[in-house]
Design a protein around this ligand. Structure first.
Ligand SMILES: Nc1nc2c(ncn2[C@@H]2O[C@H](COP(=O)(O)OP(=O)(O)OP(=O)(O)O)[C@@H](O)[C@H]2O)c(=O)[nH]1
Ligand SMILES: [Mg+2]
Length: 387
């Protein structure tokens, strides 16, 4: 008994220590850099930077420098020009920067080169995917979401290690010799492959559980509705409004990473439907990230109806709409019955809302405010007709 209580209090102390470390962890200072085509509009360049900055804030970092470099094409070795690397390294060191974040997906070789060159300034290099993965890792609550993130990280890291191996063996190995990096790299490769397989096996177990649930829902003739949309569109707020759940909704990107399911009573049909909310989409989501979240996204893939919710008040409304359309196509669900829901209607004037609807042309939509609860009756009727 005393052993047990010692164990529990021990765990408690560790947990508290972790919390204290987390609370007092200094925010990491970051330098952001983006490459823009010389002909790109300033407005477009600013938008790209703004979104990256928002991602950094979501992660909990502080942006201390934002820079662009105009180039027709990225530098094959270092992505940004080599002179720029030195300039940013020196400036970053002076300002105490811990991170250089590049607004693109880097090639393994570029990450390796940049990291090498910035090592002496004690600055780590992240690309856009690294940043998204860090945010995911921070928000993941369920074991399944954590496994999916680990899988995505391995898929993102793997090629870098292989790239590093090539670099090392080129440096050290002459003709007919084996590079110094080779044996270790081989070992690392094997270790990663093994780890990837183990994670996939575990995820498969979750998938089997889902399949069983799905079959039982089919037997009971329960309809399923999936809420999908760009991150921060209001998916979780809508789930809560429709089903009376109290899931975490916040003004941050990727507040939700796993799947939540609630029940919605459909009065005309006198039956209950299941509504699920899941991870939000974002532009430039690379396929390996999307694939890693297959398990979580399967709820949307297998649903009877999709509610595509979009933030009508966002100035990038149309761009976000097409990003989501594109991802739904990649998931192979673009032919599924779908309702387009224009959310946050309380934040824009009725004139702007009418203009949006007009610009959508043939595409039918319904305007709501998930937060204020307006338009939900109309939405429920549409759902009843559609399922
Ligand atoms: N004014 C207004 N705010 C809303 C409305 N719906 C959601 N929000 C706010 O928008 C923010 C994002 O809402 P969420 O429901 O977390 O969005 P989400 O799509 O689930 O976001 P992620 O899970 O992070 O991808 C929150 O601050 C909500 O309070 C709305 O109809 N009107
Ligand atoms: Mg959410």
């Amino acid at each position: 008994m005393s052993n047990l209580s010692f164990g529990i209090s021990h765990l408690f102390v560790i947990w508290h220590l972790k919390l204290v470390i987390f609370l007092f962890m200094p925010q990491q200072k970051a330098i952001l850099i983006d490459i823009i085509h010389p002909k790109m509009l300033v407005e477009h360049a600013l938008d790209r930077m703004e979104e990256l900055e928002e991602l950094v804030h979501t992660y909990g970092g502080i942006v201390i420098v934002k820079k662009w470099q105009k180039r027709f094409a990225p530098h094959p070795k270092t992505y940004i020009g080599t002179g720029k690397v030195v300039e940013l390294g020196k400036e970053g060191k002076k300002l105490g920067a811990a991170l250089l974040i590049i607004n693109a997906q880097l090639k393994p070789r570029q990450t390796y080169e940049l990291s090498e060159q910035l090592r002496k300034y004690k600055i780590q290099v992240w690309d856009r995917i690294d940043l998204i993965l860090k945010i995911f890792a921070k928000h993941a609550k369920t074991t399944e979401a954590r496994l999916e993130i680990e899988l995505a990280s391995i898929r993102h890291m793997g090629p870098r290690i292989f790239g590093m191996g090539m670099e090392l063996s080129r440096q050290a190995g002459g003709i007919g010799t084996v590079g110094i990096g080779e044996t270790n790299i081989e070992r690392m490769k094997r270790h990663l492959k093994e780890k990837e397989r183990r994670i996939k096996d575990k995820l498969e177990t979750y998938q089997k559980g889902r399949n069983l649930q799905r079959e039982s829902r089919k037997r009971n003739n329960l309809k399923t509705i999936a809420i999908v949309g760009y991150t921060n569109a209001g998916k979780t707020t809508l789930l809560n409004a429709l089903t009376g759940k109290r899931e975490y909704a916040a003004n941050e990107l990727f507040a939700t990473l796993d799947t939540r399911v609630g029940q919605l009573f459909l009065p005309k049909r006198a039956e209950v439907a299941l509504v699920s909310d899941t991870i939000g989409f974002i532009k430039q989501l690379p396929p390996e990230l999307l694939n890693a979240f297959a398990s979580t996204l399967s709820e949307a893939v297998d649903s009877d109806l999709l509610l595509h919710i979009a933030d009508a008040s966002d100035k990038h409304f149309f761009q976000q709409l097409s990003v989501v359309d594109d991802i739904l196509k990649r998931l192979g669900v673009d032919q599924k019955p779908r309702i387009l829901v224009l959310n946050k209607s309380d934040l824009i004037s009725s004139a702007s809302l009418s203009e949006l609807v007009h610009r959508l042309g043939e595409r039918k939509s319904i305007c709501i405010s998930a937060q204020k609860g307006t338009g939900l009756g109309g939405l429920i009727s549409k759902i009843e007709n559609a399922v």
